[in-house]
Structures are given as C-alpha cells and as structure tokens.
Design a protein. Sequence first.
Length: 305
Amino acid sequence: MSETTTPVSGASGPLRAGERVALTDPKGNRKWVVLTPGKVFHTTKGGVSHDDIIGSPDGLVVTSAGGMQFLVFRPILQQFMVSMPREAAVIYPKDAAHIVMFADIFPGARVLEAGVGSGALSLALLRAIGPGGQLVSYERRPEFAAVAQGNVTTFLGPQPGWRLIVGDLVESLDVLPPKVPFDRVVLDMLAPWECVDAVGEVLSPGGLLCCYVTTTTQMGRVADQIRAHGGFTEPDIDEVMVREWHAEGLAVRPGHGTTGHTGFIVTSRRLAPGVTAPMRRRRPAQGAYGPDYTGPMPKNVILTS
C-alpha cells in the first residue's frame, strides 16, 4: 500500500494508475492491488494485467488468462478499515458507525481523540467532521501513529484539520491552545477512566464523551468514574452486533459472517459548569457498593435498601 499515490475516498471517473482497487472472485474472495502500469496480478487461474484495468470505469469485470472473472471496485471505507495495514487492533466498522451516530459527530465539529491505534476510527471521524472540522488525536506509541498517518493519507489524502500528537493525553493536553473547548471527546484506550477528569476540563457544556472498551471490567469502571465525576449525565452503555443473512430462493437463513461482541460503547454528556446531575435512586445488586468495593463512589446515586 505504500505505493499508493492517489487517495481512495472521493475518487471518481476512470480507474487511474496509483489507485488501490479490490479484485473479487466468484467465491467472494477479495484481493487488493495498487494499479501500476505494466504490472500483472497473478492468480491460480492466470494473470490479470493492470493495463486492462487502468482507464476503465469503476465496477469493471476483468477476465484472467485462465478464464476466471473478477469484479473490480474502488474500496469503500468499511472495506479499507478491515484490510489496511495495522500495528494495533482496529475498531470494527460496525462500532465506528455507532460511535459516529451516538456520539453525534457532525460536520465542522472539533473532536478530541485518544488511542489512535492504526487509524480506523480516525478515518471515520475525519470523514464525519468534513473539511471544516478539527480532529486532535493522541497516540502514545510512535509506531502506531506512523501507521495511522499512512492509512489516513492513503484513503483520504492530506488532512489539514487533523493534528496527530505522539504522547500521553493527560500529560500533553497543555500543548493545545488554551480555552478552546472540544465538542466531542472519543477515548479508545486501556484505561479511559484515568482521563475523565482531564477531558472534562476541555469538553464544552453539552458536549459528548464517548469511551470504547472491550471488557466488562473496563466498562463498569469507566461508567463508575463518569458517575463519580459528577459533571456528566448518567452514562449510556451499548454493544453492537451484526448478523448477516443468506437469501437465495427458498434458502433463507442467517449467514456465517455474524459479528458478535467486539466492544462496549459508553457515552455521556457534559453538564454546565458547577451543575451536578440530579440524584438517581437505584436498587443495585447486593454488595455492588459493599465494603470490598474500592472504586469511585458515584456522587449522583442514592442507594436504596
């Protein structure tokens, strides 16, 4: 993919040299190639010349020397996200789509992201905020940041509104312009509860905090930390599952490509300065906040007997 010179997103017209395209065989197997004049894509059913593709319209069908047909398309975002180079696990498209909608990422938004990984969520956020928005992304590991930078550039091209900072979010927030609040904060990291207080200082009133975690332990702890802060609404917690279906004649059944648990998405809104969320009465499970509990005690919860 390092050969790619033409951004994938927004491309139209004939397929050009330097573009990344998907070749899909009759069984649905997909292979990715960067179109290069004079090169040949080799398969078990013979080769496919890149020159037969370059200059043709998107959605082409080409035939290999051995007679196998391939569909040729430019990749869409969700395909690119699951096939791009990675140093860290990526957020699946189903979760990224849910985050964009439920964190209300809008065109022109100013968004703070921490935990860039390989850049999958950054791609979704940049697509959503558009050229008028701003995305500030933090990543602790420089090798992850380098891969993310390459993936974003490959798919979207240069992004003037994106600032990628290598460093710890809490320790590096002071490098940002003072008193410029963010509309949204998205945390995809091992311990997002450690950042709740810090991001609460830079999130505008009414803004949304979204945390993506993979385990129930992480999910419970970040939810309790949000409650303990006192300046956020009661967190909403979601899990997204996608079930594919097969439909051919009378054979209508669930497909084999169902995607189950990948992570939990915790969202909450920032309250106005000095405002505390109303007390909430709940009947927790026995021992939920008993003598052995060591986490933060929510400020807006009244335990009932």
